[in-house]
Write a protein of this length. Structure first.
Length: 320
């Protein structure tokens, strides 16, 4: 350790980080205790039962050997089950963002992180977030696999081309923290990083309002929806028989082959790129694929637009 405060531990700046550290320390402690115990027994028995020593060598009474055997086997089984439950519950909680989380889109490319806030504010190699609020990252990559890592939050998630991945965190401490790319992604992999800036919520609101005017993702998506001709078929008034999309996000969709799937972000995205894979029951597989016609950036915009399309066309009392 030196005077600049170099520590073996990254800062703890999220609720998740405290949990992860707790598990890490406990595992280290338990593993250390077991190594110490086994090593000491090895040493003691090695000396005690060395060749030619007068130590007693007959069998132990069966009650002792059996009870001890059952005892330590049961003990370690329960210890392992407890560790599994502990780590599993933390991992599960880490995978489920609260419904009211602030949604931020992250697009990785060689060699930078591009982030985008709900109001349209964009950043490169930086991410401003409010302290104490849940932040959900929806990530994708425009080229190869990258991995978004913020050690201070103990959050790490791959950004994969061709699909959306998610991560979330709740920052607990103001400050600036490193973002790293932790998947070797080419020449400048090591330089691919940035910083997360955790601000008080009021400061964040001021910061977001001060960003240059830029259209929100859904608004740009709405324009693309028209420009690409999607609205020609999917509009309620269209002559082409295509599924209506209002309110589709989050709904269960019944498919022509009998399956039922939840219309999440991945489903919306796949339906644009591979429309023939999950055809909605009652419709013909006539939609062309838009793979190659839209890039990741445009896909994010389209999906963002579809996600916020509320179902307002249902007549009062009528079935959707
Ligand atoms: Cu991106 Cu390594």
């Amino acid at each position: 350790m030196n005077s600049s405060g170099l520590s073996l531990w990254p800062p703890v700046a999220s609720a998740e980080a405290a949990h992860v550290d707790g598990i890490f320390v406990a595992l280290l402690f338990i593993a250390g205790a077991i190594i110490l115990l086994v090593g000491m027994l090895l040493l003691v028995f090695g000396i005690r039962f060395r060749r030619g020593s007068p130590a007693r060598r007959e069998e132990l009474p069966s009650v002792i050997s059996r009870d001890v055997e059952i005892g330590w086997t049961a003990g370690t089984v329960f210890l392992a089950l407890f560790l599994f439950w502990w780590a599993g519950s933390v991992q599960l909680a880490a995978g489920q963002p609260p419904a009211d989380a602030l949604e931020i889109h992250v697009a990785a490319k060689q060699w930078m992180w591009k982030t985008r806030h709900p109001n349209g504010a964009r950043e490169i190699n930086a991410l401003h977030v409010p302290r104490g609020e849940a932040v959900r990252l929806v990530m994708t990559s425009q080229d190869v696999i990258h991995s978004f890592f913020v050690p201070a939050f103990r959050v790490k998630q791959d950004a994969v081309p061709g699909r959306f991945t998610e991560a979330w965190f709740r920052a607990t401490r103001e400050g600036e923290y490193h973002i790293f790319c932790t998947e070797f992604c080419g020449t400048d992999h090591a330089a691919m990083g940035g910083k997360v800036v955790v601000m008080e919520p009021a400061d964040y609101a001021r910061w977001a309002a001060a960003q240059p005017e830029s259209d929100s993702l859904p608004r740009e998506g709405a324009r693309l929806f028209v420009a690409l001709g999607c609205s020609g078929c999917h509009a309620p008034s269209s002559a082409v028989h295509a599924p209506g999309l209002a309110g589709v996000y989050g709904r269960t969709v019944h498919l022509a082959d009998g399956r039922a799937v939840r219309a999440d972000e991945a489903y919306l995205r796949d339906s644009i790129l591979q429309p023939k894979r999950d055809v909605v029951a009652g419709y013909e597989p006539v939609m062309p694929s838009f793979a190659g016609a839209v890039d990741e950036d445009e896909l994010q915009k389209l999906v963002a637009y579809l996600m916020q399309l509320r179902d307002v066309s249902t007549p009062p009392g009528g079935a959707p």
